[in-house]
Design a protein around this ligand. Structure first.
Ligand SMILES: Nc1nc2c(ncn2[C@@H]2O[C@H](COP(=O)(O)OP(=O)(O)OP(=O)(O)O)[C@@H](O)[C@H]2O)c(=O)[nH]1
Ligand SMILES: [Mg+2]
Ligand SMILES: [Zn+2]
Length: 297
């Protein structure tokens, strides 16, 4: 058996890189039976169907084992990443903060380091997006405003990517592939345009792809998505995925405080003191109630 990494998946085939070779693989049926879907970034053991020196166009193999994951996301479906660049655009498609918050929750749960990227500043008006920078900087996140197309501030990103595995995620049309083309010389990922009428992207990137960087490290380009559920998140754990709550959580008056209606709540005190952003706290309570509701059903 050969150990490798899944770098791409298309129509039921997984492309596994091992050494200098890429094998076209199918996954064993046992994974499907156990509801395990191989993800891009997975380290796997494969058995070989064709020999190194065969004249077949592709070297073929079968995925026999998926090695333990350090972390994984469902949307986009990736595994074993160090950090996530959550990309939005300051023009079109319009930024959707609910989607941003949901995405951050999943990233926090998986203990992946997030960074927020606001792209297309060459066309945006800072007065319209400055509040987003302020809000998320206050939470403790890094927010980088840049233009992939005009290569403005893209140099701020480069040192962060070196020797790390970084997934680029966000809605269709925000410029993920354009940004990766700007960052990595010689890369020519397909890019689409934003429709004039509905101001949305056209889902140009269809598959997740793991791409090596010449400076060292890997990036993952991913298809855009427009909605995200809170699947797999427990209502009572939600508080831990709001990093700005962390320093207050342990010292509330009641054990098991949900930080919603209990007296002597330190999170609520921090909110009153202006240490926690009101909109983010409201997001927390909304999601908490939603998660409790779905649980009940
Ligand atoms: N004005 C401006 N347009 C940009 C910038 N970056 C990307 N675009 C444009 O945005 C459109 C979408 O870019 P893509 O890179 O295909 O977007 P994507 O996020 O990869 O989209 P999907 O693959 O569909 O998820 C293209 O027309 C790009 O030229 C930027 O910095 N400024
Ligand atoms: Mg793309
Ligand atoms: Zn509390």
């Amino acid at each position: 058996m050969v150990k490798g990494t899944i770098i791409k998946g298309i129509a039921g085939f997984y492309y596994v890189e091992a050494g200098q070779t890429i094998y076209e693989c199918k996954a064993r049926g046992k994974f499907r039976n156990k509801n395990i879907i191989p993800a891009i970034g997975d380290n796997v053991l494969i058995s070989l169907k064709t020999e190194e020196n065969s004249s077949d166009r592709y070297l073929e193999g079968t995925i026999e084992e998926i090695l333990e994951r350090r972390n994984s996301l469902i949307r986009p479906a990736v595994a074993n990443v160090d950090q996530a660049m959550v990309v939005f655009s300051v023009t079109y498609p319009q930024i959707h903060l609910d989607l941003l918050d949901r995405f951050l929750i999943h990233i926090e749960k998986e203990e992946i380091t997030p960074c927020i990227i606001l792209n297309k500043i060459d066309e945006g008006n800072p007065e319209e997006y400055e509040y987003i920078v302020e809000r998320y900087t206050k939470v403790g996140y890094e927010v980088i405003c840049l233009s992939a197309k005009k290569a403005i501030h893209t140099d701020l990103l480069m040192p962060k990517l070196k020797d790390k595995t970084t997934v680029f995620a966000g809605p269709s049309g925000v410029g993920k592939s354009t940004l990766l083309n700007t960052i990595e010389q010689g890369l020519a990922l397909e890019t689409g345009h934003v429709s004039d009428k509905i101001k949305r992207g056209k889902h140009t990137t269809r598959h997740v792809e793991l791409i090596p960087l010449s400076e060292g490290g890997f990036v993952l380009d991913t298809p855009g998505f427009t909605s995200l559920q809170l699947d797999g998140i427990e209502a009572d754990d939600l508080q831990y995925y709001f990093p700005e709550f962390r320093e207050y959580i342990g010292s509330c008056k009641f054990r098991g405080c949900t930080h919603i209606h209990e007296p002597g709540c330190n999170v609520k005190q921090a909110l009153e003191d202006g240490e926690i952003v009101k909109e983010r706290y409201d997001t927390y309570t909304t999601y908490y109630k939603q998660l409790k509701e779905t649980r009940r059903w």
